[in-house]
Write a protein of this length. Sequence first.
Length: 95
Amino acid sequence: MLREWGLILLIVLLEGKDFPLYNQCDPKWKDDKLGTSVNTICQVGALVSAAAIGLSGTGINHNPSTLNNWLKANKGYVNKDDFVWASINPLGVVF
């Protein structure tokens, strides 16, 4: 989780843009299941939440719930809920 927040901080410092702050345990999405697992965004969704922050700050508006749903529909998870970084390349962000 530290790595993800470090990435977000680096983006903020380099870009000087406004980034939303999404809490992975926000009642709006805390119970959403990641991928095909029983794990929720609140339990293990720090990376999805951080990715949603980064994407939203660059103009690709996703919150943790909408990004999670997009990932489910676009092969964004393997092994039930492991995030696939390259899956968000079609959104305009390449890792």
